[in-house]
Ligand binder design. Structure first.
Ligand code: UDX
Length: 434
């Protein structure tokens, strides 16, 4: 079976490489020539642990190729995945689907009869039906089937998520699409992974509802953390004990500086916008969006409060700009919201991140970028840990303390032990641990 992946962004590239690892013949297509050149040299343009090894292996085996020649690739495909970007539209928060529509139009004129066209991009309800409509309009003679196959990949563990998912969701309308999709995911049958076949609308909704629900969990525990701080509680105890109830589950209950990344912020906004549009407001999700926005600002205010009445001219060390560890992605990272608020108050910011600095640099002015955590701590009055990279977990605290000018540490990920930190002489505060 020949598979074509349209779009070599994060989702398209990971999915294309993984299908080739399953043994399928995969061609990844992108309009960006320089990206395709990079991939053809065997280099991976994104940071995702393990992806380079799989790309190398499958390219050498001849199963994985990269091209800008859309029509040629598409004309040979049995299954075509649309994995182009769906950014948030400015103003109304709805997903901007112009790249999906453009791909559908181009596919209509190049695909061979019997092809299954699969949407992998996260798209709002009704998109798959519209993709089918566009294809029929463009080329009424083309015999094709449509499928919706949302992804649930986490950056940093995307290969594991693709190879060992909790479930695969596929929206279809006919037997042909079901058969092709079943074949594509057959390697997962050995692991008894459930493949859930649904209608198109359900598949679209499942993706948004899943991400929105996870975002609800995070915002919920963040607010519980606030209460813990006021009443002398410990949010980690509360989270782990409520998580033992199987109906709740222990995952996604880590209190922190608020969620970021390319999915949760965008998907919650799009889900709320869809609810609004169809007269079924998603009030919980709307509240989550608000809670999460104010959370990030509150994190900056915590640091400022620790600096005393006149923070102007003081120095803050920020550890972590990526929205989470094991990625260089800074999209909607809490750090991008925190740093400007500190700067607004006249604070000098020194920052470090193992992978995310290159992406953050164009988005932040006047930050002193540092070579490691100790360098970033040099002369700082306060240190804020925003992203829980492993390399920050076992820092030499004496060295860190010596490098700093002050002794304030605001640990936004509860990485350090309060007693240890206080014993080392830090004025230490964390999240939800009174
Ligand atoms: C997410 C979904 O997990 C994935 O299924 C979907 O397809 C894409 O969006 P991702 O954005 O890569 O994946 O990261 P994830 O690990 O889910 O974390 C998202 C954000 O939530 C991060 O900012 C993280 O720090 C935060 N988070 C997560 C918390 O603050 N607490 C938690 O308990 C979990």
């Amino acid at each position: 079976m020949k598979v074509v992946m349209i779009g070599t962004g994060y989702v398209g590239l990971v999915s294309g490489v993984c299908f080739s690892e399953f043994g399928f013949d995969v061609t990844c297509v992108d309009v960006d020539q320089s990206k395709i050149d990079t991939l053809n040299k065997g280099e991976v343009p994104i940071f995702e642990p393990g992806l380079d090894t799989l790309l190398d292996r499958n390219t050498k085996a001849g199963r994985l190729t990269f091209t800008t020649n859309f029509d040629e690739a598409v004309s040979q495909a049995d299954a075509i995945f649309i994995a182009v970007g769906t950014p948030s539209r400015r103003g109304d928060g709805e997903a901007d689907l112009q790249y999906v529509w453009a791909a559908a139009r181009q596919i209509a004129n190049a695909a061979k009869p019997g092809v299954v066209i699969v949407t992998k991009s996260t798209v709002v309800v009704g998109t798959n039906r519209k993709v089918a409509e566009i294809i029929r309009e463009e080329n009424p003679d083309l015999d094709f089937s449509i499928a919706s196959n949302p992804e649930f990949l986490r950056e940093g563990s995307a290969l594991e998520d693709f190879m060992r998912p909790d479930r695969v969701v596929v929206g279809v309308e006919d037997k042909r699409a079901e058969e092709v999709m079943r074949n594509l995911y057959r390697p997962l049958f050995l692991r008894e992974t459930p493949i859930v076949f649904t209608g198109l609308e359900d598949a679209e909704l499942i993706k948004y509802a899943a991400n929105a629900f996870l975002a609800v969990k995070i915002s919920f525990i963040n607010e519980v953390a606030n209460l813990c701080e006021q009443v002398g509680g410990n949010v980690q105890q509360v989270a782990s004990a409520i998580g033992l109830d199987k109906r709740i589950g222990g995952k996604f209950l880590h209190a922190g500086p608020g969620f970021g990344g390319s999915c949760f912020p965008k998907d919650t906004r799009a889900f709320a916008a869809t609810g609004e549009k169809f007269g079924a407001p998603q009030r919980l999700v709307e509240a989550v969006i608000e809670v999460n926005e104010s959370r990030k600002a509150n994190m900056a205010e915590r640091v400022l409060a620790k600096l005393g009445p006149d923070p102007k001219g003081k120095t803050v060390c920020i550890l972590g700009v990526a929205f989470k560890p094991n990625t260089d992605d800074v999209r909607e990272s809490p750090t991008l919201a925190i740093i400007p608020i500190l700067q607004e108050a006249g604070v000098i910011v020194r920052a470090h991140d193992p992978e995310g600095m290159d992406q953050a640099k164009p988005q932040l002015d006047n930050v002193i970028w540092c070579s490691d955590a100790y360098d970033a701590a040099e002369g700082a009055d306060a240190l804020a840990l925003v992203t829980e990279w492993n390399e920050y977990r076992a820092l030499d605290m004496n060295r860190l303390h010596d490098a700093m000018n002050g002794d304030v540490v605001v640990d936004m990920r509860n990485v350090y032990q309060p007693d240890n930190m206080r014993a080392k002489g830090f004025d230490y505060s964390s999240i939800g641990r009174a």
